[in-house]
Ligand binder design. Structure first.
Ligand code: NAI
Length: 249
């Protein structure tokens, strides 16, 4: 297979686990320099493992809700690799609860990571890409719950719905400068985020996917790499649903 990301630098947030980790492995396999960023120090092990296998990665610990962290993360990426070509804004959390039982603190926490974090990473990546004047590609990790609601997803859906429109606004503002911005919208995927749900809830979720199972992180990573690659050169402002049919029925 052609290595689509040779001489390119990809930054992945929330990269120490789940979909982010799968994307890191996929970018590295396709020749990218990968900046692995996470609030958790676990990303260091992943970086060391990939570098031992001949990859070129660096770990930068950062909290996407902190503006200073995000600026430092972008600066460190550029210091290390000289450029930034791809952002996968993936870091996210979920705190499931009915609206009337959601504490304001939990609401703010989910909006902070899933919306403010994506905004900050987009803002400072775009600033860097405009400086480079060589275009770039951003993929924001949205969700089927950026498109449709479900019980106990109030704060999560509110944040993810806003990410969809942030992406479309970014498309309107930066497409003419060669920066493409898209969303990937996964259905339920087998990651620690979903593993934390009670088993009966997981069984109910399986039934909502016509394909008859939950998704795998690698299946989302493939869609992310497509959107980030030149194969998607005429695709911007789009929401690519990767959901085993969840939103079709
Ligand atoms: P995960 O829990 O396996 O991984 C999330 C990663 O984000 C963790 O490594 C965590 O340390 C990191 N993180 C959390 N808060 C952070 C912060 N403030 N700054 C930097 N990093 C932070 O979760 P998963 O499932 O891989 O989720 C990744 C993204 O995919 C999220 O945005 C989630 O909303 C989205 N998604 C997940 C789905 C699923 O079913 N697993 C479905 C649709 C979307």
């Amino acid at each position: 297979m052609d290595k689509r990301f040779m001489n390119k630098t990809a930054l992945v947030t929330g990269a120490a686990s789940g979909i982010g980790e799968a994307a890191v492995r996929a970018f590295a396999a396709e020749g990218a320099n990968v900046v692995i960023s996470d609030i958790s120090a676990d990303g260091q092990n992943l970086s060391e493992e990939l570098n031992r296998q001949g990859g070129s990665t660096v770990f930068i610990q950062a909290d996407v809700t902190k503006e200073e962290d995000v600026k430092r993360m972008i600066d460190a990426a550029v210091d290390r690799y000289g450029q930034l070509d791809v952002l996968f804004a993936n870091a996210g959390i979920g705190v499931p609860s009915l609206i009337h039982e959601t504490s304001f603190d939990d609401w703010k926490k989910v909006i902070d990571v899933n919306l403010h974090g994506v905004f900050l990473c987009n803002k400072y990546t775009i600033t860097q890409m405009l400086k480079q004047a060589a275009g770039g590609a951003i993929v924001n990790n949205d969700s089927i719950h950026g498109l449709v609601g479900r019980q106990r997803t109030g704060s999560y859906s509110a944040a993810k719905g806003a990410v969809k429109l942030l992406t479309q606004t970014g498309c309107a503002e930066y497409s003419s400068r060669g920066i493409r911005i898209n969303n990937v919208n996964p259905g339920y995927i087998e990651t620690p985020l979903v593993d934390r749900l009670p088993e009966p809830v997981k069984q109910e979720l399986v039934k909502l996917h016509p394909i008859g199972r939950l998704g795998r992180p690698e299946e989302v990573a493939k869609a992310v790499l497509f959107l980030a690659s030149d194969d998607a050169s005429f695709i911007t402002g789009a929401s690519l649903v990767v959901d085993g049919g969840y939103t079709s029925v």
